[in-house]
Design a protein around this ligand. Structure first.
Ligand code: PEP
Length: 264
């Protein structure tokens, strides 16, 4: 059911504050993790001013090391929800565990499945039972077909509100960038499926100064939106400060991206 053969037109996903897919372009932005209620509200205010309609932030963090900050859990979800409501934005947050599906569902507008869970089939099946949008990030070593099959696990349950996200894959060089953004995946996925395809240049780059060029490249390749991490004090961010743009830099990125999107 994910194939364009069965659904020639682009799928359009509507949330309270966003229209995603087709010729629409959306910005999802915010901190990597929810640090405090005040912080997520202020970051939300700044990304909204730059044009974002979806506020991102992790309350459950999939850290490479078990000793790194794991997120603020439900306290973070509450703060995130309050900020999104106050600002009139949609909320997106990552779900790591099938046991948390109902909890996260009670707060979020959009579920995010991260790269490490792309083939967590139990989680995908559980999200397939919901009737709420899911952003499915490409596994860092997943092929295009792996990603499409993972999406099919959600769709098979009857939840067709799926967005696919290219966030960089593992290649032989990860010294200068964290991952390699596969810009070719964007038009290829769009030719194979009707779901919106969005790019995350932050996790692809891993380094703030490369986020804007990669975001522009993804937009030129036809991405229907961007996820971007921002922080007002990147050096002290709880998670992934190295790849966080300042709110000012994000605003400049958004201006450039809109120009590119207008011509593609
Ligand atoms: C994130 O967006 O917070 C995240 C952990 O991303 P990824 O799953 O792409 O690493």
């Amino acid at each position: 059911v994910s194939s364009r053969d069965f659904h020639p037109n682009d799928s359009i996903i509507k949330t309270n504050h966003s229209i995603i897919g087709g010729n629409h372009f959306i910005f999802m932005a915010g901190p990597d993790s929810i640090e405090s209620a005040e912080h997520v509200l202020e970051m939300g205010r700044q990304v909204k001013a730059a044009g974002a309609t979806i506020l991102r932030g992790g309350a459950f963090k999939p850290r490479t090391s078990p000793y790194s900050f794991q997120g603020n859990g439900e306290v973070g979800l509450k703060a995130h929800r309050a900020a999104a409501d106050e600002l009139g934005m949609d909320m997106i947050t990552e779900i790591l565990d099938t046991r948390d599906v109902d909890l996260v569902d009670s707060y979020t507008d959009i579920f995010q499945v991260g790269t490490r869970n792309m083939q967590n089939f139990a989680l995908l099946k559980a999200l397939g039972q919901k009737r709420k949008p899911v952003v499915l990030k490409r596994g860092m070593s997943a092929t295009i077909d792996d990603l499409l099959n993972a999406a099919e696990y959600i769709a098979a349950g009857g939840n067709m509100q799926i967005m696919l996200m290219e966030r960089g894959i593992r290649t032989y060089d990860n010294k200068y960038t964290r991952n390699t953004i596969d810009v070719s995946a964007i038009p290829v996925l769009q030719s194979l499926t009707h779901y919106p395809v969005i790019a995350d240049a932050s996790h692809a780059a891993g380094v703030a100064k490369f986020v804007t060029p990669l975001a522009l490249a993804a937009t030129a390749a036809g991405s229907q939106g961007l996820m971007t991490e921002i922080h007002d004090d990147p050096a002290h961010a709880f998670v992934d400060g190295a790849q966080a743009l300042t709110p000012e830099a994000f605003s400049q990125l958004a201006d450039k991206v809109r120009k590119i999107h207008d011509i593609v």
